[in-house]
Write a protein that binds this ligand. Sequence first.
Ligand code: SF4
Length: 272
Amino acid sequence: MLNHPRTGQLFDSPVPPGAGWPGDPATPETPQAVDAARVVQLADQAASIDELDALISVCRACPRLVTWREQVAVTKRKSFADQPYWGRPVPGWGSPKPKIVIVGLAPAANGANRTGRMFTGDRSGDQLYAALYRAGLVNQPTSVDAADGLHANDIRIIAPVRCAPPDNAPTTVERNTCAPWIDAEWQLIAPHVRVMVALGGFAWQIALRIAAGQVPKPKPKFGHGAVAELGPALRLLGCYHPSQQNMFTGRLTPAMLDDIFGDAARLAGLRG
Ligand code: SF4
């Protein structure tokens, strides 16, 4: 067992449900989905975001991803060798009634898979949360661990795959197995959402799919700064993913992120 870097509490890696990890939505009794059919069933039954977060956080439906996320949690990156790793699926983070939803991809092996919170503890998250702070959408510019005091102001971050995949590449079967979770999440939050921000082309496709029924024809194409009207009160904005590669090469800059999240805040009615 190792000490949580902020609270000092001792945890196994991966963290058992209900062991006291900051923000852990599950208990030891939370039912675990062990195959795709059970994901469909449990996702369909979730009556609230809290319930859905708990169910997602103990899912074991993709054998390859369960093995990988738990293996990374045990072996750890050298620089985090003194920390416990979450090693479980990462639920959506932020408001249960968001006006803005940010769609990502999948947790990073040594980022969210370590900290248990979306985009927390990796370089992409450093860029994303700093930009969200500058736009007034979170209360602090840094996101280090799940007990660092970060709060969302009217936003939620969701992802189509909840477990860290090897080489950041989930298979089609794994993506399909995980899809009912994000579909259920969308059903619960959709009435509140005014703006979706898709981080990259794949997230753009996911955003169009989950908002199905409101997608204009021809299907809108992804681009950084692209805007799609998905209905009278829902817009989708495209944004390059704040990956280390995109930021390092200058394809995406902090100023470009500021433009997107400034627009998102205005379109959502959060800023004049
Ligand atoms: S990727 Fe999704 S469906 Fe697969 S084990 Fe993780 S949470 Fe469950």
